[in-house]
Design a protein around this ligand. Sequence first.
Ligand SMILES: Cc1cc2nc3c(=O)[nH]c(=O)nc-3n(C[C@H](O)[C@H](O)[C@H](O)COP(=O)(O)OP(=O)(O)OC[C@H]3O[C@@H](n4cnc5c(N)ncnc54)[C@H](O)[C@@H]3O)c2cc1C
Ligand SMILES: NC(=O)c1ccc[n+]([C@@H]2O[C@H](COP(=O)([O-])OP(=O)(O)OC[C@H]3O[C@@H](n4cnc5c(N)ncnc54)[C@H](O)[C@@H]3O)[C@@H](O)[C@H]2O)c1
Length: 506
Amino acid sequence: MHRLLPSLFRHLAARRRLRRWPKPRRFDRNLVVIGAGAAGLVTAYIAAAVRAKVTLVERGAMGGDCLNSGCVPSKALIRTARLLAQIRNAPHYGIARATAEFDFAAAMARVRAVIREVAPHDSVERYAGLGVEVLQGEARIVSPWAVEVRTAQGTQTLTTRAIVIAAGARPFVPPIPGLAEAGYLTSDNLWDLRELPRRLLVLGGGPIGCELAQCFARFGSRVTLVEMAPRLLMREDADVSDRVAGRFRQEGVDLRLEHKALRCLAEDGEKALVAECRGEEVRLAFDQVLVAVGRVANTQGYGLEELGIPTTPARTVAVDECLQTLYPNIYACGDVAGPFQFTHTAAHQAWYAAVNSLFGGVRKFRVDYSVIPWATFTDPEVARVGLNEQEARERAVPFEVCRYDLRDLDRAIVDGEAHGFVKVLTAPGRDKILGATIVGEHAADLLAEFVLAMKHGIGLNRLLGTIHVYPTLAEANKQVAGAWKRSHAPQGVLRWLARYHAWRRG
Ligand SMILES: Cc1cc2nc3c(=O)[nH]c(=O)nc-3n(C[C@H](O)[C@H](O)[C@H](O)COP(=O)(O)OP(=O)(O)OC[C@H]3O[C@@H](n4cnc5c(N)ncnc54)[C@H](O)[C@@H]3O)c2cc1C
Ligand SMILES: NC(=O)c1ccc[n+]([C@@H]2O[C@H](COP(=O)([O-])OP(=O)(O)OC[C@H]3O[C@@H](n4cnc5c(N)ncnc54)[C@H](O)[C@@H]3O)[C@@H](O)[C@H]2O)c1
């Protein structure tokens, strides 16, 4: 009962807050969704599928960050970079001479072509066909019951039963003196480049910094990666970061870990970043700098301040476990709400935002964050679901670790890609999977089996009992289950069996 009380009080307070605003007698819409990125598109899709009258408002390009400046362009660029790396590695496969004449402008043109090819999936036409009204303009919440939309044709105010905020995030640009004067790239404007930077400084060793630093190094830029933490991809375990850092160094990336950016300067016709490393100042020259030090939610300028909807210390819109804001009919999902910043988590939350905003009066659902996977598409690829070692320790969750090294896997050897590992955390003495990390070729695809297993409570014993095609990379998942089984073999029974067989031999 005591657990229900706070949520009951919250509910009553939210209702009281709503009553302060004049309620229309009739509503134009059941739902207005702000933002047509992954979160907003999926919210609108679900609302239309259950026959609600829904309007989706987008001020920029349909598809948001993922399609236009995030996942799609970055993965298209990675494809080109990977091909170049493979061509360089051709002698390893018995091809004595394979040369490539790389054309950066053409690679960027391909990126734009890929965006155009994917764009119909997120287009106004597709969503109109699904029953969503799409307005291309700037939305502003003027009351919990009304959204004002400014389009090229004029301004209109829509009354609505519910609102879902899916306004996304943007690159965070730190206040580094001289940075604005030096001019900088972010994941928003990088795609406008037509000439390959000769020396590229990448600020930030998170997923964006790592994926793009490796691409540009493979294209032939001299890349310096500056990261203030002691390792890359700090959310992953140290053995994961080490594998990625090792490859980066091999490929010529100048890794500057434990370097904190202090200021940018222009001297002798050259731009440079001054960073601090263990009390010393280091000068790093560059032609272009890419800022990739995190993304910050869009929470200003569209009515949250006026309605008094608060933000969290992480600067996202404050929502409860059902994605509800301070108002019972306003929800938020995707990057604007956090805590994750992925396309698939935005889409996952969107189901809850749509269903809770439309049917919350009857029943509300808490977002299930129990099994969240993600991947960083570097080479080697890094993929994870559930806990890793550092998180398990931080949360004081008891665990055991089993590992399988991909250098032993037949298919990885055949492919000339025998590197990386699969690491699984299990509950002590049991085969219950607490988390899995894969480093290596196609890690993100291989992870799907662990995601399914965790979601449906399938343990390593049942994974071991599942036939995997030979020779595939997916066999690594079975191999790690085998490693777990061997380390948990009942020693007493085995000793007894050895005696039994000896007795049988006479
Ligand atoms: C370089 C890069 C690579 C990435 N790679 C991956 C990846 O491989 N896998 C992955 O899962 N994730 C990846 N991400 C993250 C992923 O792109 C985001 O998590 C995802 O796009 C978030 O979706 P969203 O709908 O919450 O926000 P967004 O896609 O940002 O959509 C929000 C939309 O709201 C609109 N909007 C905002 N305010 C208003 C307003 N007032 N009126 C009207 N419209 C408004 C914006 O114009 C925008 O289109 C990557 C991100 C970057 C930058
Ligand atoms: N493959 C994917 O799924 C994918 C790819 C790209 C981005 N994303 C999403 O986008 C989000 C943002 O990515 P990101 O890489 O920009 O941010 P991030 O927060 O993940 O990493 C930023 C890094 O910059 C470092 N940093 C911050 N300030 C610094 C400074 N002044 N000097 C040096 N280093 C500094 C931080 O220590 C951190 O390691 C990710 O969290 C992820 O959710 C996902």
